[in-house]
Structure formats: C-alpha cells, structure tokens
Design a protein around this ligand. Structure first.
Ligand code: WTA
Length: 654
C-alpha cells in the first residue's frame, strides 16, 4: 500500500477513558489476561452467567471443524433466560421495553408483562402445532409483539426466521420456502414515514397460488393488529393475535433444550444472488450476545436506558434489541418509525424523553444527521448519554468526531464495534473505560476472540500493513452453518485459509503501529488502480473530510489503461451550496483527494448527486453505482429503500 494512503490512516487523535467512567465500568483490563490464560475457561465462566437447566461439562467441541459445538451437553431455555429468571429474581416490575410508535403512541412493558405475553403466545403456537425444530417466519414492524413473537418461538425450542419488514413479497416467499416455515407471524402493517406500511398483503401474496397445505409449508398466519388497515383473510389459516393470545393460558413452563438446538435463521446477502440462511444455535449465541452487550455497552441494568436503533430484521436487532438486553435484564427503548418522522429531530427527542444513556447506531445514520446539521440535535437535552456505539460499516474519523462532540458532549466514549451476521455478536471493539480510543479504528479483539490480519497465504502481515481479516479461533456465537447448504458454508468462509483453519470474514483491514485494527471495507470493494490497492472507504473518508461534502460513495470502475479507476458520487452540504457556486467543485474535490491520499487515489470522475442508492438497512449499493460509472444499464434495484433513486442518479450523471 502506498505511503500516501497510510497518511490518511495516520489518525493521531486519542481519547483516554475518563477516570470517572473507568471507576464504574463493567469491563476491566484483566478480562484480557483471564481469557489469554484459559480461553475456554473464560467462555465457560461467561456461559455460567446464564441459567442452565442442565449444567454443561464440556465447553468447546472442535473435533469436526468447521462445525463447532459449544456447551453441547448443557441444556437451557433461551426465553427463560430473557424473561422468567428476571421475574423470579424479583425484577418483574422493571420496564423491559419503553416503546414508542411512530405516530407518538407509547407502551411501557415490564418484564412480568412480557413474560406473560410470551407464555400465552407460546401456548398459541403450540396449539398451532409448532414443536421444537419447526421454523416460524416473523415479518413484523418494530412493536413489542415482534419481540414477544421471537421469544415465544425460542421458548418452544423452535427456530425463527425474522424477515425485515421492508422486504418484498418475493423475498419473503424465497425465505419462507428455503426455511420451510410452518407458521408466519405478521401484522396488518406498521407506521413508516408518516404512513401505514402494510405487511399482511405481502404475506398473502407470498403464500398465494399455493395456499396452505401440500404445496406450501405454511399452515397458519398469526396477525397482530397495529395499523387497522383493511386486510385480506383466509379462513382457517389466518388468526388474529388479539383473539388468540389473550385467550390462551398464561401458564407455560419453559422446557430445557440442548445448547446446540437451533435458535434462528437469518438471511443475509452474499456475493452471489441467493441469500444465505445463516444458522445460529442457543447456548453459545446467548452467552456471547449477553456478555458483549454487558461489557461493550457497559450495561448497568438497574440504571441504564439502552437504545439500539437497529430493526429486528437484522442481526444487530437480534443480538442487541432482543437477546442481549433482555438476557441482561435491561431497560431499552424500542421505536417503530423512521428517524425523520414527523420531524428530523425525532431520535433526539426520544433520547431526551426516555433519558437514553447508551446509544448504539450506524455510521450511515450519523452521517445523515451530520448532513442535516448540528442545530437539530442541539435543540434537545442529550445529557443523559454516557456511551455511544457504532456498528455496520467503517466509521470515518469525521463522523466519529461529530458523534462524540455533538451527541456525546465531547465526553461519552465511542465503541466502534465490528462483527457480522455470521459472527452473531461483537468481535472487535474497544472496551469502554479500558481502551484508549482512536477515531476510525475498531481497534482490538474482545477478550476470548482470536483475530488476525493476514496476506493471501494466511500469513500475519505485521503492524503497519494491510490485508484480510480472519478469525483464528472458534467463538461461542459463531454461525453453525448455512441453512440447508453445508458445502456453501465451508466454501464461503473456510476454504480460503483451509491450511490454517481460519474463518475468512471478507473484510480488508490494516494493523497500525500499535497492532490496532482499522477496517477498510469489504474486500469485494477493494480497487486496484494501476497496480495499487485502494479502498473505497479510504477515499470516501477523504471526501467526507472536505467542508463541502456531506456524503460520498466510491466505486472502482473498469478502465482501459489503469485496470480500475476511482469514480466518486458525492452529496454536497446544503450549507455549502447556499454560500458557494457549485462550478469547479468536482475539480476541487479531485485535487483535494489527491492532496489527502495521493495522486493515485484521485477520482477519475466525480459526480455531484442528490441521493445515494441505499438498502433499507442503510448500506450503499456500490454495485449499482458501478453500473452507472461503467455506462451499463443499471442492475436489479429491488432491495433499495427507494427504487427511484437510480434513475435520478443516472439522469444527473448524464
Ligand atoms: C461491515 C452487521 C467496519 C463489515 C453487524 C462486515 C463493519 C459487514 C463494522 C457485516 C465496523 C460491520 N467497522 N465494518 N464496526 N461493522 N461492518 O452482516 O464489512 O450486516 O463484514 O452485520 O459489515 O454486515 P452485517
């Protein structure tokens, strides 16, 4: 990698933990030493923080890699751990969910109430024939019943497959079929952007032409009433939640299931077309989700108000909305709607209203708030915030600093957490109160986690160098496979470094002089320009560092002379446009990137656009931008949050 690129990565700001924060922090530095001394013993100790109906005697079975078993002879009930045990410990009156609907309706759900709801829902599902191992699809808005549904399925030892509410009927059908779901739990709709976003019609469409019975696996659809829009009804198949659940018995004793009993399937997109059903199991998953939520989010369940803004349709929502916080007995905010509805300060209003202490969100959200300007969050009292988290993509130093200064009052530590759907929980992150943080770096593997950055042969690259991120040791919440496709599991993650037995994450990373990890984006987004390796993330970071730029996406477009060329799509800040002429800006930015990183990184083309194509989870779809940059017809846009955005961009580029 050229020395100019290293220049951008030489981010010298450092933030030591404050003594006050450290004094009361859950994490302590000796966790690393404990885990180093006895890795399996360390994880066994974390697992013992859960309630085991049958204690385990064996920790890790890695006799048949890459198929791991953790705590295999132990038995537990995941829902019991998230609910009953808190009620039995006398915390039934603690609020589990501080829910707010997009229109402003509110519900406070205590642990006792949630336990009662889940027991009834479990009885309903049992009555519909759901047994351990059966699959149940969940297609819901962010309402308390969504969480109750997940836990009711888990309570029966059945397997949920949550499908993000923004997915189309087609995606829903593919996922229902792949998992062979017996029941679908949905709602009439949810509120998004000030409107009813219907859900039940998509379920009907996904199940159409096959109905219940022999062709399809779905026997019943359980429907929560939320938005009261008209819905179609299939007698005998469809059941209202409000008819069935309150009428069911509130008695339900949680049965024990083996630690390796499947807990959920979650579909995620790979490099090829077909989504992969990532499979997670019970004991190891819950152990690591619980532990990481506690130490990385510094969770004090008696006093904290935690808010992870992710939708339950994503892994972040599974681990840090449903399982981690509830297993820890925490109080959390659950918000149904979009950040800008009905006004752009909605999130900050919620932080103030509920006194959120720990906020966990994504860089893309932070950057869009930056774009709107600091005056919006500054209208609210955010003084309750004491810790901030970031997840989902590399966070550029500018966004990190804005997050710290504007949201965290220049005091709250930031934990930049790296992990994946496949890893199940956080793997690389600073520990608040322990680690001196660096803007833009996820930094260090958590205690008990083995991480390295290696070259194509699997050799450690050494400090100061870039390479591929690998996980060198099995971890408790690791995926146990791809649903129905063990070969793809082995091929995708384990074949590349078979000789070393490493898990290949698909991320580029660099080790700095201290050995801290800086993530550079997916290796599929790495460009090769005239034989130089460049990361899209680095150039985006440089662009966003310019005063004129609100957001940037960079792609490598094929180029006759240089192999690939850098093409940038840039959104300019409103404040800049109102004071400057846009003429000459593209040239100035090209020069700027050249100055920041080096001439090799200078974009061949810079297009000023109004929007970027994003998935509903906020990831920029570079593939589509590459189509535009290479003058091709734009590919499949169905997973975009706003499918019209590409025609606007194509027109702007012409
Ligand atoms: C990226 C989300 C840099 C990474 C939990 C990974 C990150 C992919 C970070 C997984 C981070 C996630 N810094 N990159 N802190 N967190 N990523 O499965 O490329 O939706 O491979 O899981 O997101 O995305 P997924």
């Amino acid at each position: 990698m050229s020395s100019q690129i290293d220049h951008l990565l030489t981010e010298n700001r450092r933030f030591a933990p404050s003594p006050e924060f450290a004094a009361d922090a859950v994490a302590t530095a000796d966790l690393y030493a404990q885990a180093d001394a006895d890795r399996e013993g360390f994880w066994a100790e974390q697992a013992r923080a859960l309630h085991w109906h049958t204690p385990f005697s064996q920790v890790l079975d890695w006799s048949n890699p890459p198929f791991a078993q953790w705590f295999a002879d132990g038995e537990l009930n995941v829902a019991y751990n998230c609910l009953d045990r808190h009620v039995e410990a006398g915390n039934g009156d603690r609020v589990a969910l501080l829910w707010e609907g997009e229109p402003g309706d509110e519900r406070r759900v205590t642990y006792a109430e949630l336990t009662d709801e889940v027991k009834r829902a479990a009885n309903v599902l049992r009555g519909l024939g759901v047994e351990a191992g059966d699959r149940v699809a969940i297609y819901m808005p962010m309402i308390p019943e969504a969480i109750a549904a997940m836990l009711a399925v888990a309570r029966l030892g059945a397997v949920h497959s949550v499908i993000f509410g923004g997915f189309s009927a087609d995606s829903l059908r593919t996922r229902i079929d792949d998992a062979g779901a017996k029941v679908v739990i949905t709602a009439d709709g949810g509120y998004r952007k000030g409107r009813v976003s219907p859900l039940k019609p998509a379920v009907d469409q996904a199940l159409a032409d096959r109905g219940a019975g022999p062709q399809g696996t779905v026997e019943h659809v359980l429907v929560v009433r939320r938005t009261e829009n008209e819905v179609g009804w299939t007698e005998g198949r469809d059941i209202w939640w409000h008819d069935a659940v309150p009428a069911a018995s509130g008695e339900h004793e949680a049965q024990a299931f083996p630690a390796e009993n499947p807990l959920f399937i979650l579909y995620t997109s790979g490099t090829t077309g077909k989504p992969k059903g990532i499979l997670h199991t019970s004991g190891g998953y819950l152990t690591q989700a619980t532990f990481t939520n506690k130490v990385v989010h510094d969770l004090h369940p008696e006093t904290d108000v935690f808010w992870c803004t992710a939708d339950i349709g994503w892994i972040t929502g599974h681990s840090y909305v449903t399982y981690g916080p509830l297993s820890n007995g925490a109080t959390q905010v659950l918000y149904e709607g979009t950040p800008e509805t009905p006004h752009p300060g909605r999130w900050w209003e919620l932080v103030e209203k509920y006194g959120v202490t720990v906020l966990y969100t994504a860089p893309t959200a932070i950057r869009s708030f930056m774009k709107l300007g600091r005056q919006i969050p500054q209208q609210f009292d955010l003084s309750s915030i004491r810790l901030l988290g970031s997840v989902g993509e590399p966070i550029n130093p500018e966004a990190w600093m804005w997050y710290r200064e504007i949201i965290g009052a220049d005091a709250a530590p930031i934990v930049d957490t790296w992990w994946q759907t496949e890893t199940g929980s956080i793997m690389v992150s600073a520990l608040p109160g322990v680690t001196e943080t660096k803007p833009g770096s996820a930094q260090v593997p958590l205690p008990g986690i083995g991480v390295d950055v290696v070259d194509d042969q699997g050799e450690h690259v050494g400090n100061g160098n870039g390479g591929l991120l690998v996980l060198t040791q099995p971890w408790p919440s690791m995926l146990r496979g791809i649903w129905g496709d063990p070969e793809r599991f082995v091929e995708t993650y384990w074949e590349k470094f078979q000789n070393k037995g490493y898990y290949f994450a698909g991320d580029g990373a660099r080790l700095d002089e201290d050995g801290d990890v800086w993530f550079l984006g997916r290796v599929d987004d790495v460009m090769n320009v005239s034989g130089h390796r460049l990361s899209t993330t680095e150039i985006e970071s440089a662009l966003v560092g310019n005063e004129a730029v609100a957001e940037a996406a960079v792609v490598g477009a094929s180029d006759e002379t240089t192999g690939q060329a850098v093409v940038a799509f840039v959104i300019v800040k409103q404040s800049y446009l109102s004071a400057h002429e846009p003429e000459g800006l593209a040239d100035a930015l090209r020069k700027w990137v050249g100055e920041q990183i080096g001439p090799i990184a200078r974009p061949r083309d810079i297009y000023i656009v109004g929007e970027l194509p994003k998935t509903r989870s906020g990831k920029i779809m570079r593939r589509l931008l590459r189509d535009v940059a290479e003058g091709r017809e734009v590919g499949d846009t169905t997973t975009l949050a706003d499918t019209a955005v590409m025609s606007v961009i194509s027109a702007q580029v012409k």
